[in-house]
Design a protein. Sequence first.
Length: 342
Amino acid sequence: MQPIKVLVVEDSLVFRELLVQNLNKDPAIRVVATARDPFEARDAILAYKPDVMTLDVELPRMNGIEFLRKLMPQYPLRVVVISSLSDKVFDAMSAGAVDFVAKPAVSNRRQLEDFIRNELLVKIKIASTARIGNFKRVVMAQQQQSLSSRKSNLIVAIGASTGGTEAIFSVVKDYGTDIPGIVCVQHMPPGFTAMYAKRLNDQCRIQVKEAETGDRVLPGHMLIAPGGDRHMHLVKVGEGYQVEVKAGPKVNGHCPSVEVLFESVAKAAGADAVGIILTGMGGDGAKGLLSMRRAGARTIGQDESTCVVYGMPKVAYDLGAVEYQEKLSDIAGRTYALLNKM
């Protein structure tokens, strides 16, 4: 197998050389070029035709987001953004980046090398398999769905990973305030989930927040599990639900894990739930979605043609956990159709 050709775009000489040295230590990776700004990057893309580009958001002459917006329509490329803690990273995802990593706020060389080996390398390898050009963010007039079901204890659970920030938006933007309470896990570094929740809250009709223990799951509201070292669990309380966010070991390599959330939904809500599994690498959430289906829940998986990475939905489909496989644009409509039969 040919090594993954990587272009590193980073204006800091020290960090750029550190990236090159450590990425090249992996035999599956070959850094073919570096660039200090988008203009050098453009020339390197044409000359070296990289498989993946790592891109700093803050660059001289033109910021990384503006560069992406100009680049992607003309030359679609798999991009992993390296960002400090800022909501600008979601603009980069909207502009076409596959994934992002949080740049560590440290100057210790060993910690930086650990970050490159344990986080960035993984993201580059995942990005090299991603579909590009298939999924583009299109904000159309929101579909006017409505809920006719009279049951008050229904719930929607969503899980996603690579490509999920945009996929989740594409689904929930079409939910109205009558949608049952939503609980969601999106694999994301600590600190970014609160910014992502605020972004969705500002752009969608439903109310969205980062989850805290004791938060009630209410109609027209979505709770997103905080990134870090805690899992989110759904708990039944009287006739309703609330969440518990508590520390635990990684499950399927993730914390928070979609698996943990879906298993708790199967236990707490049973047949009163709709489970949705979206784009992402690996199989996190697949067995949990199967548990939900076996408990009587209705289940939806994103189809291959609209996934950035057809991993999690494929594993779930192959297990028999997916009842309906839908294009991303059809998932909101299917959600309402299923809820209205419950």
